[in-house]
Design a protein around this ligand. Structure first.
Ligand SMILES: Nc1nc2c(c(=O)[nH]1)N[C@H]1C(S)=C(S)[C@@H](COP(=O)(O)O)O[C@H]1N2
Ligand SMILES: [Mo]
Length: 319
């Protein structure tokens, strides 16, 4: 595994996207030479508390897509996070004062290991990896985001779910004093999401703790949020405080608010239209208002890794 020195990935050094891509290629070839010598002690994820703090010891991942990343500005100023308002610029504007510390995560339900953990203790046993993933929002726009994350499969395994555990349910913090959007009834708070155990243990799924090598910005879900790149963006629940292993399919926020528009699976599917718009194409944020839309790909282009999860399932009914 290639260990990247924190000083090599300072986003402030990155003057353009292509510059960043070149740097990645350089790091890759450096790893090809030094890789085996670096197979030392296990890495473990640590996120310093300060804003823009660099995350040390980030490994690269074989799952990254080679694509032009969106800038940190695109990624952190055009967001969906209804806890901080429903406009795309609201999360950036209204989450500045939010403090994602102290932060506790409760793991409960059908598992041998359960409990409430401080964020730092929760992530410490796991390796931090960079995963460059496409994100496709159900609203037909997309971005490419260099996440720093820990493997959700590793997290699930560590808590030893019992044979009764068929799903993992996630819950966002509910605290209207810190999340002003929760004073309005746009959604039934707290925000909830869920995955089947098979989905949660697919190697693509991560819990993200950073972007561009830095601690996650508040508006992107600090200190920890889900990323499942083959699913629509709304699955990527932010500000997670609870992970529950459950037997029955959990209710999810968007499915509760508009069941005919948002299903439990939420797999990216160009062939199944949203009731109010086509899902065949998408607008890549950052390419300009007049840029052509690009075709949307089945499972957002991750079919090779995830199509097996849905064998025998009618994806028109199970959307
Ligand atoms: N708690 C919470 N998580 C959430 C949302 C939200 O409103 N609340 N919005 C979802 C939607 S619709 C999208 S597209 C993604 C956006 O993630 P990003 O802003 O980091 O790109 O977050 C998802 N996670
Ligand atoms: Mo979304």
């Amino acid at each position: 595994m290639l260990i990247r020195k924190a000083e090599d990935i300072r986003p402030s050094e990155i003057t353009s996207k292509s510059n960043y891509l070149n740097r990645r290629n350089f790091l890759k070839s450096a790893g090809a030479i030094g890789g085996s010598a670096l197979a030392g002690p296990a890495l473990s994820a640590v996120v310093p508390v300060e804003e823009h703090a660099k995350i040390p010891n980030i490994a690269t991942s074989r799952f990254s897509k080679e694509e032009r990343n969106n800038s940190l500005e695109d990624i952190s100023t055009y967001n969906n996070y209804y806890e901080f308002g429903t406009g795309k610029a609201d999360p950036h504007k209204y989450s500045q004062k939010f403090k994602p510390r102290p932060w506790k995560i409760t793991v409960d339900g059908e598992a041998e290991e359960t409990g409430t953990y401080d964020f730092d203790d929760f992530i410490k046993p796991f390796d931090a990896e960079e995963r460059i993933y496409r994100m496709r929002c159900v609203e037909a726009w997309s971005m490419v985001i260099p996440w720093v994350g820990i493997s959700l499969a590793e997290v699930v395994k560590r808590f030893k779910p019992t044979s009764k555990a068929k799903y993992v349910a996630f819950t966002t913090l509910h605290d209207p004093s810190r999340m002003p959007g929760q004073r309005s009834r746009v959604l039934d708070w707290p925000y909830r999401e869920g995955l089947t155990i098979a989905e949660a243990t697919n190697p693509l799924a991560i819990l993200a703790i950073g972007i561009y090598g830095e601690a996650l910005p508040n508006q992107n879900g600090a200190p920890i949020r889900l990323v499942t790149p083959w699913k629509y963006g709304f699955k990527g629940i932010k500000g997670i405080v609870r992970m529950s292993f459950v037997e029955k399919q959990p209710r999810t926020s968007w499915n509760l608010s508009a069941p005919q528009e948002y299903g439990f699976y939420a797999n990216v599917n160009p062939d199944v239209d949203h009731p109010r718009w086509s899902q065949a194409r998408e607008r890549r944020i950052g390419t300009g208002l007049f840029a052509d839309k690009i075709p949307t790909r089945m499972f957002n282009g991750y079919g090779e890794q995830v199509a097996d999860l849905y064998k025998g399932l009618d994806l028109r009914k199970n959307f």
